[in-house]
Design a protein around this ligand. Structure first.
Ligand code: DGY
Length: 320
């Protein structure tokens, strides 16, 4: 019987994922769940045929160049692959896969939570009740921004963006979007297409980011872009922190140009931006868009499906 491929699982994945992986591979599992440095990743690469990492492990050009030739595939446990320098990995002949589709519902749920919580002042309200400081009520108390019937701009109408659009329709939102390519009418489902982001900004009472972080989109939400939004707009980001110029966002919140923001992603992760903490109208979560038990299993299984296909000699379904 031929030996099983050696698979390095860089983080503590779901029990079901680890059980299945251990059945089919000779696994090395990071039970301590710490994050590896570039040198540690390079050192480990000499001992394994495949790596199953998360977005927390960096495979930049330097790491890609130094990975041991033994590694044949990086099967990511994430849809985002901005932590992987794809051209450099391709040059090394390393196959890279991701886990699309399976986290769209969970991520859109968090986007909707952030949108609602930012609009209706969830941080402030929770703090008032929780600390016993709630000693007042009047019709002018904690007045927020109504979601129902408002215009929602979506940047990136891929899988998550499309689920977000459907959820928003449940709140009677008027959905507008920008995407590199216009969707078919069946996928568009009545949403209004804008052929430039600048144009979309003008109609976005709420704006939700659903595009990947690429050289073209990094810093996309800068001072200029934010200034194009209607006054008192709300910005939501569940995609990647790199999309937003955080200084410009702080200025827009401080000036009241934005009435609120909902953020699950930050330029610095883990940790976030401590300057945001001064603003209760910034509703923040620690990058948990896909963090449900069901979705974690589905992400793990999708990554393993890709590995299984690769080691069976087939092209993995999610090869990038
Ligand atoms: C993703 O899949 O890209 C999420 O951000 C979790 O890693």
């Amino acid at each position: 019987m031929s030996a099983k491929p050696v698979l390095w699982i860089t983080r503590r994945l779901s029990d079901a994922t680890l059980e299945r992986a251990a059945r089919d591979y000779d696994v090395i599992i990071n039970h301590e769940d710490g994050i590896f440095t570039a040198d540690e990743i390079v050192a480990m690469s000499a001992k394994v045929d495949a790596i199953l990492p998360c977005h927390s492990e960096l495979f930049n050009a330097d790491v890609a160049a130094r990975l041991d030739a033994r590694v044949k595939i990086i099967a990511n446990h994430s849809v985002g692959v901005d932590h992987c320098e794809l051209p450099a990995l391709k040059e090394r002949g390393i196959v890279v896969t991701n886990t699309p589709d399976v986290l769209s519902d969970a991520t859109a749920e968090i986007a909707m939570l952030l949108l609602l919580g930012a609009a209706r002042r969830a941080v402030e309200g929770d703090r008032l009740v929780r600390t016993g400081a709630w000693d007042f009520w009047s019709p002018s108390f904690m007045v927020g921004k109504q979601v129902s019937g408002a215009r929602l701009g979506i940047i990136g109408m891929g899988r998550v963006g499309q689920v977000m659009a459907r959820r928003a329709k449940g709140f009677d939102m008027d959905v507008h979007y920008y995407n590199r390519q216009r969707l078919s009418p069946e996928l568009e489902q009545g949403a209004t297409y804008h052929d430039s982001i600048e144009d979309l900004m003008k109609v976005s009472d709420f704006l939700s980011m659903h595009c990947p972080a690429t050289p073209q989109t990094i810093g996309l939400m800068d001072k200029n872009m934010l200034s194009r939004m209607p006054d008192s707009a709300v910005l939501v980001n569940t995609a990647r922190g790199a999309l937003i110029d955080e200084t410009a966002l702080l200025d827009a919140i401080a000036s009241g140009k934005l009435s609120a923001a909902g953020l699950d992603c930050f330029q610095t992760e883990p940790g976030g931006n401590p300057a945001f903490a001064a603003y209760e109208n910034i509703f923040m979560l620690p990058h948990i868009g896909s963090a449900t038990a069901q979705t974690r299993d589905a992400m793990g299984f999708r990554a393993l499906d890709n590995l299984d296909a690769f080691f069976a000699g087939d092209k993995p379904g999610d090869q990038l």
